[in-house]
Design a protein around this ligand. Structure first.
Ligand SMILES: [Zn+2]
Ligand SMILES: [Zn+2]
Length: 181
């Protein structure tokens, strides 16, 4: 797989898995392909539960709003799973870098590409560009989705148009109530 300079595909893959958790192991592999990973993974018994642990650990990074804490968690992840960079040209992808050893197990590869990709994304685009959807911060709102902000202006706060609209309606109602009082 390619690690592009911004780590974008890997961090988008993590968010996709977090926001829409697949029903089975093949669903995870299919999602990885959709998001641009061309390699095939050997089937392992721990693939499904292991990948769930990868995503749960990644969500701790998402929920760490303080940049120092975020960096500490990411550094710990990378320390456990990444290796020195290696040049590789597998699957006809052209020469690119891997930041991991040759263990091809699905959870291992995902943990490596997601941690490095998230680190690249945050350091190149901004440490704040990873958060939960802001609509979910309102009391009683059901949205727990993750927003990876890859926009040019860096102001994406909602996971979807639906959430943006719901938040706008709430603001409008709050203003109407304030105006009456
Ligand atoms: Zn590769
Ligand atoms: Zn949302």
């Amino acid at each position: 797989m390619h690690l592009n300079p911004y780590g974008e595909y890997a961090v988008l893959l993590a968010a996709s898995l977090a926001n829409d958790w697949p029903e089975d192991r093949d669903g995870i592999a299919a999602r990885a392909r959709e998001l641009g990973m061309t390699m095939t993974f050997p089937v392992g018994r721990d693939d499904y539960a292991g990948t769930r642990r990868v995503i749960d650990d990644w969500l701790k990074i998402v929920d760490a709003a303080d940049p120092n804490e975020r960096a500490r968690l990411l550094n710990a992840e990378m320390a456990t799973v990444t290796a020195y960079p290696r040049l590789t040209d597998h699957d006809g992808e052209g020469w690119h870098l891997h930041y991991r050893d040759d263990n091809d197990a699905l959870p291992h590869v995902l943990r490596a590409v997601i941690s490095v990709g998230t680190a690249l994304h945050l350091t190149t685009r901004g440490m704040h560009r990873l958060a939960r959807c802001e609509a979910g911060a309102a009391p009683g709102d059901p949205c727990t989705n993750v927003v990876v902000d890859v926009t040019r202006n860096g102001r994406q706060r909602y996971c979807s148009i639906r959430c943006a609209n719901r938040a706008a309606v709430r603001r409008h109602r709050a203003r109407a109530v304030a105006a009456r009082e």
